[in-house]
Design a protein around this ligand. Structure first.
Ligand SMILES: [Zn+2]
Length: 57
């Protein structure tokens, strides 16, 4: 095994993992594109002010 973080030969839709459509790259469809966009926005809003990672019981 070589190359841990190299570009995959075949890009896949980051949402569903299917082959991306040329006109929707890197997504397979407009739907997945929207999903990703929504995810992005959601995460942007959801990012807390550096939540401390404490594992206390
Ligand atoms: Zn997809």
């Amino acid at each position: 095994m070589t190359g841990a973080e190299k570009k995959p030969r075949r890009p896949r839709c980051p949402i569903c993992g299917r082959a991306p459509a040329p006109e929707q790259r890197p997504f397979c469809s407009d739907r997945c594109r929207q999903v990703d966009l929504g995810r992005w926005l959601t995460e942007a809003y959801a990012i807390p002010a550096q939540e401390p990672e404490t594992e206390e019981e």
